[in-house]
Design a protein around this ligand. Structure first.
Ligand code: PGA
Length: 256
């Protein structure tokens, strides 16, 4: 039986100033007060972390970074370290988001180094994988996602792998309003779990949460979560409004 608690993680990307972030938090924490059976994480811009930490103090809403650097400290102008995220109140960090892979040029090797350092520092990495439309149309989505997953988790101990979350985000579904069908998302998420099993054993694979991301909204979350290997969602656009995101969180409890 699947005992994984669903996780709904909001990825605000490069949106919101501190005033808007605090206003969101005040509304959101009231809307989700007392909700059980679902874990909630918000990954705001770094500049909003302090304000949100204050607002979410004494609530179960967790905070995450959207990125970090692969070295622990030093002369890396403009970068943020894993320890800094921890110090700012983060429990998790999104790594290898497709916008960073595609726009900033992050490679599989960089994502692997970041994943290892996040774990060593005590942050839970949310490792993003996913194919472009061209890769999907060429029939290579499964191979591509398997390779990305294997690369990110290479060299980790079984105990480390258990603390990883993997987010399957088909690039053609991000911010486009075009969601993968629940069946397509399930197929790849189950493949990710099988890949984890081959790397770290069935016990680890049964524990790791696999999320789906790409135009997730209230209208499609329940169907996605009915699929056996989808344990939650990484949500961009629909995480920016408190009422909409709270509704998503509420709907995610159908799984329990
Ligand atoms: P979206 O973004 O929900 O706006 O499609 C998802 C993501 O990029 O994590």
């Amino acid at each position: 039986m699947n005992t994984r608690t669903p996780l709904i993680a909001g990825n605000w990307k490069m949106n919101k100033l501190t005033g808007a972030a605090s206003a969101f938090a005040r509304e959101f924490k009231t809307l989700v007060a007392g909700l059980m059976g679902v874990d909630v994480l918000i990954c705001p811009p770094f500049t909003c972390l302090a304000a949100l930490r204050e607002e979410f103090r004494d609530t179960p809403v967790g905070l995450g970074g959207q990125n970090m650097f692969y070295e622990p400290d030093g002369a890396y102008t403009g970068e943020v370290s894993a320890e800094m995220l921890l110090d700012a109140g983060c429990a998790a960090v999104i790594l290898g988001h497709s916008e960073r892979r595609e726009i900033i040029g992050e490679t599989d090797e960089i994502v692997r180094r970041k994943t290892r350092l996040a774990l060593q520092t005590g942050l839970r990495p949310i490792v993003c994988v996913g194919e472009t439309l061209a890769v999907r149309e060429a029939g290579r989505a499964a191979v591509h996602v398997r390779d990305q997953t294997e690369s990110a988790l290479a060299g980790l101990s079984g105990e480390e792998v258990r603390r990883v979350t993997v987010a399957y985000e088909p690039i053609w579904a991000i911010g486009t309003g075009r969601t993968a069908t629940a069946a397509d998302a399930q197929e790849i998420c189950s493949l990710i779990r099988a890949t984890i099993a081959s790397l770290a054993g069935g016990g680890a694979a049964a524990e790791v949460r696999v999320l789906y991301g790409g135009s997730v909204k209230a209208a499609n979350i329940a169907e996605l979560l009915q699929a056996g290997d989808i344990d939650g969602a990484l949500v961009g656009g629909a995480s920016l409004q408190a009422a909409e995101f709270a509704e998503l969180v509420r709907l995610a409890r159908v799984r329990t």
